[in-house]
Ligand binder design. Structure first.
Ligand SMILES: *Cc1c(COP(=O)(O)O)cnc(C)c1O
Length: 959
């Protein structure tokens, strides 16, 4: 008889997560020619690296039980009303945006919009984001998001370095920037040989700039203490020295302040968090970066541009920087790959929802409240450090601090306490009249009267200096002035998501990107107030739930990877790489081997690898791959010998980017170690390893994981991500720290603005691990490998798999070689990718890591029926290609070259193509039941790059 415990907790989520059931598995194994899953895996995963012991994780529980357990953890966080500011503010996410974007898989499960034709909806939202940033900052061009304000400031520094005339190595930072911004800049500057000079109260910015020896200067507008400085005089001085002016600016404040673009600033950065995105203990939120036109080709991150499609209609696509690191490698402008698309979409929608008047009203209210608060405090005899303010003031409190703090705590309110003899108060969209009176009550001296709100309300003017009041219009485009009813907004959001293909419609078989299930139960906790409404710099005792989540998740990920220490601070894979490489360098510096600066990277590596190595100050040396796609051991050996004295690290991806388990990986690690170097194992392919093999066991010293790939955080259309950095024992002292929150562990310093990075999406990975357990996670890995081999086998007669191990098997993905087809009839991998859209599928990874190929990663979450549907489509497309090969259709006029087919093009009065309209629209009969219609035809990339335009399309262009 089944025990009650088994009945109650049968790990039933595992069968929801893994799409392949036992009967399907038997069928699939039969196709592959394996007798059992065990047999298949044993033949694929090299014996030498197989895990010695299973992962030690708690036994899996049901969705309901995991949610209850997480609820108990969440309840250990205390939700206080935050007046801390310092880059994180209270905000109201409009319900229509919360439910229909943040909680809607049509948005959050989408992939990065590399396939333009099936991504028009999210790219329109991102164009809105770019337009919003340009308008508010007054700058000509803005990208589609940065990771956070602090890293954006660091990227502004390097953008300035690349772009200006000055040959100086000095970057000047105003001391009244947010401390976390300064901290991250210092981390980033060090390996690049940039000297950061931070102005102090004694040494003001103009004094530091007087020497002229600097290539850039960063100031904050308004400053971290709330002061609104007139920064205009700095600009002339900087430009006269051939240096750039970078400004960290608050977008809400810019509705009222003269924007930096109007006083000739060069680069403007900041966060968009307060545009409707919860604080989330530090993330995820979209930061932004805007720059002058002359810098645009050097701008980091992704940029959405407007081009035209095959029919001459406007169409969006990623411009210039698309896959930038893959092309420019260590010369890339930045290592940013996954950014913050979903939070950027939320922020842009907030602007669409409120429009210019709404935003101005919110800002005016904040400014008025701030002025009233300030006046009241002055009436009570307090001195403020800043005479001018938008939303923040700093109050001199001297010995009154403790009493004020006690009263605030009693009222569940957080002020900014980490200031000597001062307190900071920041107001925001959520501030009420009651809040102002509450704040006064903390400060009132015994026996003295409270200020009267009613009196001050009418007599107080805002503290924004008259000469800095904004007069120019912004957000004038119709998109920001149309969708202001909730019905209108709902339909706009829906209309955009309808243009896109995400996981809620069909599988997204992207090699190297693991687009697996993002289960609803994993997603639900993200918006719980106990996770969402936490300020990252609130007192630690209010973040005990997060601390517990952090500890548990790190423990479990250590189990999964075989490493000894982990930090969850990096907010994308690229940032994990960067942190890991810095840790290795710091280790060598501490051990008298500071000369070790060579980083060997196989030619097949992901582009972020060389880009991160460059940022870490390492010298990239590329090593070859052999004919089977493996690391060329002879070449690696030779290069290790050659650089033996200077070898710092070898970066490999395992299983390889070519989708194969190389059998010699243990030897490779040993060889690198024998030369005194360390091994970095890029963990993006952990979906082929979890529970089966652990990089920390087979010789890796450092890895990053992509929780937004293997551990179920959704891709969000290109972010957020979490890229934990995992290290062996002797590197633990070099994991990132965070002095701004008083972290006593310093390590390599802060690499993200917030100590726990994109903290509020961590519950997703926690839920996944908790509901899967060790067995479930291992089963998922095996099912992913099974599915990839099934597809590879089934498609072999039509599209050969380029690389396989000796027994013909692949790991969790397979590279389909389409180059012979191009040779036979001119059909490219891109044509097949676009034709798949007509069949209702998102294309596999196109031309990475090998040009002219498609890399397919089905993941464990797809059902056999869906795998077969994809295979069926691919085979049908192969049959179409045969018609071109046979000459039945001309090479330049066939359904592949014209793909994808829009409804409009198929209904056109004229039809002179050699195939029926129906072949274009419904190549499979089943498509007549459920059809995805691409909204645009093939997008012209070249036109778009030649005529770069990155803002909302003028309405007339659609006429
Ligand atoms: C996705 C990926 C990365 C980069 O991760 P991001 O989160 O996009 O920065 C690095 N290496 C490999 C192999 C990847 O697939």
């Amino acid at each position: 008889m089944t025990s009650l415990l088994e009945l109650e907790n049968s790990g039933e989520f595992i069968a929801r997560h893994i799409g392949i059931n036992a009967a399907d598995e038997t069928l699939m194994l039969d196709v592959i020619g394996s007798s059992s899953r065990r047999d298949l895996i044993d033949g694929i995963v090299p014996r030498a690296i197989a895990r010695s012991t299973p992962m030690d994780l708690p036994a899996p529980v049901t969705e309901a039980a995991a949610l209850a357990e997480l609820r108990a953890i969440a309840n250990k966080n205390q939700v206080f009303k935050s007046f801390i500011g310092q880059g994180y503010y209270g905000t109201h996410t409009p319900g229509v945006i919360l439910r229909n974007i943040l909680e809607n898989p049509a948005w959050y499960t989408a992939y990065t919009p590399y396939q333009a034709e099936i991504s028009q909806g999210r790219m329109e939202a991102l164009i809105n984001f770019q337009t919003m940033v340009c308008d508010l900052t007054g700058m000509p061009i803005a990208n589609a998001s940065m990771l956070d304000e602090a890293t954006a400031a660091a990227e502004a520094m390097t953008l300035a370095k690349r772009s200006v005339k000055s040959k100086s190595h000095v970057f000047i930072v105003a001391g009244d920037c947010h401390p976390q911004t300064i901290e991250v800049i210092q981390t980033r500057a060090k390996p690049l040989g940039i000297e950061v000079k931070v102005s102090t109260a004694l040494e003001t910015l103009p004094q530091l700039m007087a020497s002229g020896d600097f290539f850039g200067v960063l100031a904050q507008y308004p400053a971290t203490n709330g002061a609104v400085h007139d920064l205009r005089p700095l600009v002339g001085v900087a430009h006269a020295s051939g240096a750039a002016v970078c400004v960290a600016a608050d977008l809400l404040a810019l509705t009222l302040l003269v924007p930096p673009g109007e006083w000739d600033a060069d680069i403007v950065i900041g966060t968009t968090q307060r545009f409707g995105v919860a604080m989330g203990n530090g993330g995820p939120h979209a930061a932004y970066m805007a720059c002058r036109d002359a810098f645009k080709r050097s701008l980091p991150g992704r940029l959405v541009g407007v081009s035209v499609d095959a029919h001459g209609n406007p169409a969006y696509r990623l411009a210039l920087q698309t896959r930038e690191q893959h092309i420019r490698r260590e010369k890339a402008t930045s290592n940013i790959c996954t950014a913050q698309v979903l939070p950027a979409v939320l922020a842009s929608m907030y602007a669409v929802y409120h429009g210019p008047q709404g935003l101005t009203r919110i800002a005016q209210r904040v400014a008025r409240f701030t002025a009233i608060l300030a006046r009241g405090l002055q009436q009570m005899g307090y001195t403020l450090t800043n005479e001018h303010a938008f939303d923040s003031i700093t109050v001199k409190t001297d010995d009154a601090s403790d009493l004020i703090a006690t009263r605030a705590r009693k009222a569940s309110a957080n002020l900014r306490f980490r200031l000597v003899n001062h307190l900071g108060i920041s107001l925001d969209e959520t501030t009420t009249r009651g809040d102002i009176e509450m704040l006064w009550s903390f400060f009132v001296k015994p026996g003295e009267p409270m200020p009267r709100l009613g009196e001050l309300e009418d007599s107080v003017d805002s503290l924004i200096p008259a000469e800095l009041r904004r007069n120019s219009a912004f957000l004038t485009h119709p998109v920001f002035n149309t969708h202001h009813s909730e019905t209108g907004m709902l339909r706009y959001i829906r209309a955009l998501s309808d243009k896109d293909l995400a996981l809620d419609r069909s599988m997204i078989p992207l090699g190297s990107c693991t687009m697996k299930l993002n289960a609803t139960s994993e997603m639900a906790p993200v918006t719980w107030p106990e996770f969402a409404n936490i300020h990252p710099f609130s007192p630690p005792e209010q973040r005990l739930g997060y601390a517990e989540l952090d500890v548990q998740l790190r423990e479990w990920l250590c189990q999964a990877t075989g490493y000894a220490g982990i930090s969850l601070q990096p907010n994308a894979g690229s940032q994990g790489e960067y942190a890991g490489l810095l840790a290795i360098k710091a280790y060598f510096d501490d051990h008298g081997q500071g000369q070790r600066n060579v980083c060997l990277i196989p030619s097949s590596a992901h582009g972020t690898n060389p880009a991160s190595a460059q940022m870490a100050g390492l010298k990239v040396v590329v090593t070859a791959c052999d004919a089977n796609g493996n690391v060329d051991m002879a070449d690696l050996h030779a290069k290790c010998e050659e650089h033996s004295q200077d070898l710092a690290v070898v970066m490999i991806t395992y299983p390889s980017t070519h989708g194969v388990f190389e059998t010699q990986v243990k030897e490779l690690c040993a060889m690198v170690h024998s030369h005194g170097g360390r091994v970095y194992v890029d963990g993006a392919n952990m979906n082929a390893l979890v529970g089966v093999a652990a990089p920390g066991e087979f010789g890796g010293d450092v890895s990053h994981l992509n929780l937004h790939k293997t551990f179920c955080i959704p891709h969000g259309g290109g972010g957020p991500g979490v890229g934990p950095v995992c290290v062996v024992e002797d590197l633990i002292p070099y994991l990132p720290g965070h002095a701004t929150v008083g972290d006593t562990h310093h390590g390599i310093g802060a690499i993200s603005a917030a100590p726990l990075g994109n903290a509020s999406v961590l519950p997703i990975s926690w839920m996944y691990c908790r509901m899967m357990g060790a067995e479930g996670l291992k089963h998922a890995t095996e099912a992913a490998i099974l599915a990839a081999n099934y597809i590879s086998t089934k498609l072999a007669p039509h599209y050969p798999t380029l690389y396989a191990s000796a027994n013909g098997h692949v790991a969790h993905e397979c590279i389909l070689d389409l180059r012979p087809i191009k040779d036979s009839c001119g059909v490219t991998a891109e044509d097949v990718a676009k034709r798949l859209a007509d069949y209702g599928f998102h294309a596999p990874t196109l031309s990475f890591p090998v040009p002219g190929t498609l890399m397919v990663e089905p993941t464990e979450s797809e059902t056999l029926a869906e795998l077969d549907r994809f295979i069926f489509a691919m085979v049908a497309i192969r049959d179409e290609i045969r018609q071109i090969e046979s000459g039945a259709w001309p090479q330049d006029n066939n359904p592949l070259k014209h793909a994808p087919h829009t409804a409009a093009s198929l209904m056109a009065a004229e039809w002179d193509r050699p195939y029926a309209r129906e072949v274009g629209a419904f190549p499979l009969a089943s498509l007549k039941q459920a059809k995805y219609w691409p909204p645009v035809g093939r997008v012209d990339n070249v036109f778009g790059d030649r005529n770069l335009f990155c803002s909302c399309v003028p309405v007339a262009d659609y006429a």
